[in-house]
Design a binder for this molecule. Structure first.
Ligand code: NAD
Length: 253
């Protein structure tokens, strides 16, 4: 199997896109750490993967907290070996326009979505550099291009795209690739938290008119994780049903 013998850490791995990536990587032979702020869900998800024949452990982490991140990577190394693949997937979405978003909401969004990528990538790179191999895959969002009422979220994801590019340049000489996925509307609890009318408007502006599945993103993440992808770095791959190309005016097909 293509990811045999690799240790993969997936942040936010207990739900939605992260869970699908953890399952996909485990099915490809990786030893998987499901890392999530909700520890019991991480443990349950890892148990599900193990029951399906994979190797997985569930560990707690708050990606915005340096101490917690360092503890995650120390436990990963102790329990499954040093990290070969990091997927920076943990994220939150607080949708508010410029006049309504509060300082707390802004800092929380940047802290998890952007600083979390920095802290986890730093810990992973420190372990990968001496071994001269590694994969870092960041989950940004099509929203980094900008969207109504998503000031903090799109700003945080724009930072993820920039971090991907700078890390790719810095880490290339160590055999470490850094790439980024930009999903569009994917059917997960995060999206289902949106009010029904917001979801309906989002769908109407989607060229395909349909939601993507977490498995669609997982498959793309595996592409970047594969050993044969060694020359692909610093890229943004959209998994968005065409929404990065244009936004269809609501109601028009
Ligand atoms: N669903 C979509 O349509 C969509 C679109 C574009 C991008 N994304 C991105 O994909 C990623 C996954 O989103 P999802 O839709 O699967 O969401 P989700 O809410 O289903 O899962 C997110 C997971 O992250 C965990 N998490 C939240 N804060 C954390 C923290 N501080 N530390 C560790 N874990 C934390 C949550 O507990 C949860 O398990 C996010 O980065 C999101 O921005 C999602």
């Amino acid at each position: 199997m293509s990811l045999d013998g690799k240790t993969a850490v997936i942040t936010g791995g207990a739900s939605g896109i992260g869970l699908a990536i953890a399952q996909e990587f485990a099915a490809a032979g990786a030893r998987v750490v499901v890392a999530d702020i909700v520890e019991d869900r991480a443990v349950t998800a890892a148990a599900r993967i193990s029951a399906d024949g994979g190797t997985a452990v569930g560990l707690p982490v708050d990606v915005s907290d340096r101490t917690a991140v360092e503890a995650l990577f120390a436990r990963t190394e102790a329990e499954l070996g040093p990290v070969d693949i990091l997927v920076n997937n943990a994220g939150i979405s607080i949708d508010r326009g410029v006049r309504r978003i509060t300082d707390d909401e802004w800092h929380k969004t940047i802290g998890i979505n952007q600083t979390g990528v920095f802290l986890c990538s730093q810990a992973a790179a420190t372990s990968m550099i001496p071994r001269k191999t590694g994969r870092i895959i960041n989950i940004a969002s099509r929203a980094w291009l900008g969207w109504f009422g998503q000031l903090a979220y799109s700003t945080s994801k724009g930072g993820v795209v920039s971090a991907t590019r700078s890390l790719a340049i810095e880490l290339a000489k160590y055999g470490i690739t850094v790439n980024c996925l930009a999903p569009g509307l994917i059917d997960t609890p995060l999206l289902r938290n949106e009010p029904a009318e917001v979801l309906e408007r989002l769908l109407q502006a989607q060229p395909t008119g349909t939601l993507g599945a977490p498995e669609d993103v997982a498959w793309a993440a595996r592409f970047f994780a594969e050993p044969d992808a060694r020359t692909i770095t610093g890229q943004v791959l959209y998994v968005c049903g065409g929404k990065s190309l244009y936004a269809r005016p609501a109601g028009q097909r």
